[in-house]
Design a binder for this molecule. Structure first.
Ligand code: HEC
Length: 131
């Protein structure tokens, strides 16, 4: 009985932790992806850039829904959800541009898309953090 209660309590708290952590999961995947992309450009390692872009795509897809984003905006910033969501859309578009240019060996344009993506991260963070 005691054990059953413990198991139940663990399951419940895990569920809550998971629900809270959509943002943390998304952000840590994107951070890893962006780091790989940067490393790939710096070291001329195309495979690394491709792997990183897959990660950013995955992370961004976890945090592009307006309902989810609103949950993580401070009370006095919730009205800016459209601006925040636009940053996520911009990341999705930039990833496409990055990959297309990579396929065409247009590496400078691809690196530009990476920079724009980084700006889009800051765009949303500036709202959340009142930068
Ligand atoms: C639509 C909004 C939005 C976008 C776009 C966004 N983030 Fe975030 N990010 C957040 C929120 C909300 C937090 C949590 C609050 C804070 O850290 O100030 C956060 C926090 C983080 C953190 C700290 C995580 C933690 O556990 O505290 C990292 C790292 C991060 N983001 C990376 C990124 C990267 C990399 C990108 C771009 C590829 C990005 N974010 C784009 C909203 C966003």
């Amino acid at each position: 009985m005691k054990l059953a209660k413990l198991v139940l309590a663990c399951t419940l708290s895990l569920g809550i932790a998971n629900a809270q952590d959509v943002m943390q999961e998304s952000m840590s995947i994107m951070e890893k992806g962006m780091t790989q992309i940067q490393k790939g450009f710096l070291n001329n390692n195309i495979e690394l850039i491709k792997e990183g872009s897959l990660l950013v795509k995955k992370g961004n897809s976890l945090f592009n829904d307006k309902k989810v984003i609103t949950n993580y905006l401070p009370e006095n910033k919730k009205h800016l959800v459209n601006v925040a969501a636009a940053a996520s859309e911009r990341i999705a578009l930039d990833i496409n541009v990055l990959e297309l240019n990579l396929d065409n060996k247009a590496y400078l344009n691809s690196a530009d898309a990476y920079s724009d993506m980084l700006n889009a991260c800051s765009r949303c963070h500036s709202i959340v953090r009142s930068w």
